[in-house]
Design a protein around this ligand. Structure first.
Ligand code: FAD
Ligand code: DLZ
Ligand code: SF4
Length: 509
């Protein structure tokens, strides 16, 4: 006789999960289910589906070895229903119980589905984060602006990471100023650790190929870690071989180096194979031992205990309507280039191509190339959101939506970003080697060869003049515009309008 069903979702693969912590090995039954509703609610990249299914299968084996009873549904089981709630109902009927113990899902959609299910669900907080929702809400309460930097300082104090006598190590909270170096090719630079698929992963790859082979994204080669032990090795490898340059080259982009000094740990963190505190403690250790510079360690820790926790707090604080916000009223369709359509823009071509092949792009590619272009072009943020949620292996709504809708598209009205992340081609040129290989000329501001970012940048600022002119951080740009020759301004706006028309009519840009 089963007392309760214990739900473990595909991004809850942690042995420390609150639902597992409260469950009883002798009387409770773990339910894990591969279901079409989760695999199809957006057109996920095949690598993302493969990572989740393979990691779920490996995790269920570990649970069984650990003495748990696991009812595991495979995507191709003939009697499987298509949703998480459907599977809980089916297992409940089979085992004579409607009691469910769950850790709160990381998405409003699934939380609501569980709350509305005809089951008796006990939903526990997801305590795999450093900051609980209550703690975030009380930090946010009464503040006029919710700036990440201040939240981050609280997290430093709370965790004691890189703190000395109550003060930030080295005397500064933030070393971002040192983190803007352009990278050059380096044959000796290591790559993120890659793993050869085992029999379980191979079986999943065949399944994903058969079911989702038509989706955007290349499935093979597949090299992600699918167990905690492998993810720990990936962390170790990153700390030993890549962390030292993480700070310096954090914003750099190179055509022939897709990962540079980035960790590619987000997929493992987000599905629960790694814990944020364990990776930050390890990074701090590297710095304390003198093996990596302070700007690398601080920069990395800030992303994890700062940004990652902060965006989660915002997502759940703002409520289920957050991903649908459209503060700037943008309504253009997502251009075909995002799905691999032809383009002369080298930066976009590189970012999209590597997204297709790796299900990965690093932060600056997401923010300052694909995100920047969508914002400048006025694409409907809901379409941009769906794209990011689909194509990245680490994409789960709690982290993807605030980054896309808030940080990148400024569609939340400025909760996350104090000004829109827009730039002309100059920024991309400064941080990458893309422009040298581009059909456009980054130095040209008008005419056929002008970099599209240059044209759209001004068009964006003028389009939203009422909204941004009074922003002190943008005033300088408006003054530059005013100082420009009138004919030049007219030409820029006319060229930008023509470019947008080409985009709209599907002509490659
Ligand atoms: P590294 O550069 O090595 O950084 C270390 C870790 O810091 C990451 O593993 C990640 O856990 C954390 N981190 C860094 N930046 C952020 C951030 N802005 N928000 C939250 N965590 C951060 N991150 C996701 O995990 N999932 C997403 O779906 C996602 N969507 C994004 C969409 C847009 C438009 C933008 C601009 C950013 C998005 N990010 C997302 C944040 C960031 O780009 C990724 O976390 C990072 O690129 C993951 O690669 P990495 O592990 O190599 O990161
Ligand atoms: C993303 C995803 C996919 C593709 N498939 C499954 C699945 O078959 N079973 C499952 O439990 N979870 C899956 N997931 C992860 C869920 O979508 C995720 O738990 C929610 O989006 C909440 O973050
Ligand atoms: Fe991108 Fe413009 Fe540089 Fe071309 S010139 S790579 S479009 S920034």
């Amino acid at each position: 006789m089963v007392n309760r069903l214990v739900l473990v979702l595909g991004d809850q693969l942690s042995h420390t999960l609150s639902a597992l912590h409260q469950a009883d090995r002798d009387t409770d039954l773990i339910v894990m289910a591969e279901v079409m509703d989760e695999a199809r609610y957006v057109p996920h990249h095949p690598k993302k589906i493969a990572l989740i299914l393979s990691a779920m299968r490996h995790f269920s084996e570990e649970l069984e070895q650990d003495g748990w009873q696991v009812a595991y549904t495979r995507l191709d089981d003939s009697d499987a229903s298509k949703s998480i709630v459907g599977e809980l109902m089916r297992r409940g009927q089979d085992h004579g119980t409607s009691r469910v113990l769950a850790t709160a899902p990381g998405e409003w959609r699934l939380r609501e589905a569980l709350e509305n299910a005809p089951l008796s669900v006990t939903m526990l907080a997801d305590d795999r984060f450093l900051c609980s929702q209550q703690e975030f809400d009380s930090w946010a309460e009464g503040r006029k602006e919710l700036r990440m930097e201040y939240f981050y300082r609280e997290m430093r104090r709370k965790t004691g990471l890189m703190m000395e006598d109550g003060k930030p190590a080295g005397g500064k909270w933030n070393y971002d100023h040192d983190n803007r170096k352009k990278a050059g090719p380096d044959m000796l630079r290591s790559q993120p650790m890659q793993f050869t698929p085992d029999a379980i992963t191979e079986e999943v790859l065949d399944l994903v190929e058969a079911r989702f082979g038509d989706s955007f994204g290349t499935l093979r080669p597949f090299w992600f870690a699918v167990t905690r032990a492998q993810a720990r090795r990936a962390l170790d490898h990153f700390c030993k071989h890549l962390l030292d340059g993480f700070g310096d080259y954090q914003d750099a982009m190179l055509t022939d180096d897709r990962f540079l000094h980035h960790s590619v740990l987000s997929p493992y963190l987000n599905i629960g194979l790694l814990d944020p505190m364990e990776i930050c403690a390890r990074v701090e250790e590297e710095w304390r031992a003198g093996r990596v510079p302070i700007n690398a360690a601080e920069g990395f820790i800030r992303q994890v205990i700062g940004w990652r926790e902060y965006v989660r707090g915002i997502y759940f604080r703002e409520g289920p309507d957050y991903p649908a916000r459209n503060g700037l009223g943008h309504d253009r369709d997502l251009p075909a280039v995002y799905w691999g359509g032809e383009t002369g823009m080298q930066c976009m071509a590189c970012a999209v191509e590597q997204t297709r092949e790796e299900a990965y792009a690093h932060h600056i590619q997401r923010l300052m190339v694909t995100g920047n272009f969508a914002l400048l072009a006025g694409v409907d943020p809901a379409e941009v959101h769906e794209w990011y949620l689909s194509v990245y292996v680490d994409a789960f709504e709690w982290v993807e939506a605030p980054n896309t809708v808030g940080m990148s598209q400024f569609a939340d009205g400025g909760i996350i970003a104090s000004k829109p992340y827009v730039s002309s081609g100059n920024y991309i040129d400064r941080m990458s080697d893309y422009c040298a290989q581009c059909r456009y000329d980054v130095k040209q501001k008008t005419g056929q060869d002008a970099c599209p970012f240059n044209l759209l940048y001004w068009q964006f600022l003028i389009r939203h003049r009422d909204r941004f002119q009074g922003n002190p951080r943008m005033a300088q740009m408006y003054r530059t515009w005013e100082r420009m020759d009138e004919t030049r301004r007219e030409t820029i706006l006319a060229d930008a309008a023509a470019l947008l028309k080409r985009l709209e009519s599907g002509v490659p840009v």
